[in-house]
Design a protein. Sequence first.
Lengths: 217, 281
Amino acid sequence: MSLTQKLTEALAGGLQQIGQIKILTDHDLAPFVLVHLDDEDADFSSLEAHLTPEKAREIGLYTPDGVYRFTKGEMSLSGGWLLLLQSPGEVRQALDLFYPASLGLWAAWKDGSVRIQNLRDKLGRQTGMYRHAANVSDVGAQELIQSVCGPANKCVKKILWQLDENSPLDDSEASRFNGIVDNSAESNAIPLVCQEACNYFVAQARKKSKEEFEAKA
Amino acid sequence: MNFSSKLSPKPEAALLIVGHGSTENPDSSTPYFDHAAEIRKRGLFAEVHCCFWKEEPSMREALYMIDAEEVYIVPDFISEGYFTRDVIPRELELTGPTTQVYGKTLHYCDPVGIHPSMTSLILQRTEEVAPEVPPEESTLFIVGHGTGLNKNSTKAIRDQVELIQTLPENRFASVQDTYMEEAPLISEWDQLAETPNVIVVPFFIADGLHSYQDIPVMLGFEKEEGKAASQKEVFRRNPYQLRDKTLYYSAAIGAEPLMADVILDQIATFDAQHVAHTETH
């Protein structure tokens, strides 16, 4: 079954939310209306309406304060817009721009085929300037997870990985977060899942490892 | 100029465009999305996606977005080097030109910047930025970064210079490779050019600090303290009268919409070299 078919099925089954986006399938404006969660109850005529899924990249590019959003799992999506789409294929394309690969990762996670890479393996495969990230201590890595990941740091992905096979993440808001914003019901939402630490995390691990090295010297 | 790739449709296959991306400059990934949109519009592939080193989706995440079993991977990079030889194969778990992994067949094409059809693109760009300027009285500079770290990045530019020089229709008085950080330096453009007109084409995929600010400062028409992405204005004020010459400055070559054709040409080349060969055995 294609991802578009899986999405169609999920929408028919009551799916309404992913990240900070509400998906409406019963609105007069279009077969599929995407809107920011904060604008769900707004007067839709006051929102800027767009008709193409490609617009999603532009909408998701900056925070409301004008800061570039290079990590899309960040809880800083701007509101004030409507995306009026005609087909599940268009919804899929828009979601892949708002939350890249999240639909596919969710489908793989659900059917048990997602390939999770633990942090030590992820750091161990780095080369070039990032190879030093692997030297970060376990304590340092656990601290980083709490200072980089999770809703407190605006990342709203559910972390699937551990430090290594035998070392789960320390209990924290970041490690507990289920990938669904606003405590919405799990049955109606696609959680954002994180199958391995992102490259921003790797860059932070490199910095942390450097700090640890300098502190020892 | 007729510049349309002859690649046959691949309605069962996906195209995955790989870019560098940036955590600082949102313009950096715009060309990749533009190239993807252009190819998607032509309906040649079942799916067209982008993935990045510094942005999302990462290369590891990208395969989850794709339904198709056959995937053509094209590095939207200007040269061969660390990323195309080490990082992309490692991240996508590629073991050769064609790799079977996780139920998919992945074809790994060469980076766009080394394809011979880049030559036509550069010439088209010169016609756009300096229309009606006689090539016989002009020097064309192709500018790269230049660094001791990656000899291949300068090779890609030298190859393009040689290709243009050998074209029978080339009428430029001179075509030269220049660099930001190694000789021949673009900052010495007025000494390197013997003609009254000079056309400068940055050999980068995306417009960013190098093309908005660094090269304009080296050419002498922007001040160092100028606003970083004081944006595409620098490309709109042509020509510049500087150092007793008339200078025409182009946007980065990768920002050209026809780069979509180079991506398709790179796939056609891959098929000619690998797929046809495989099918005959």
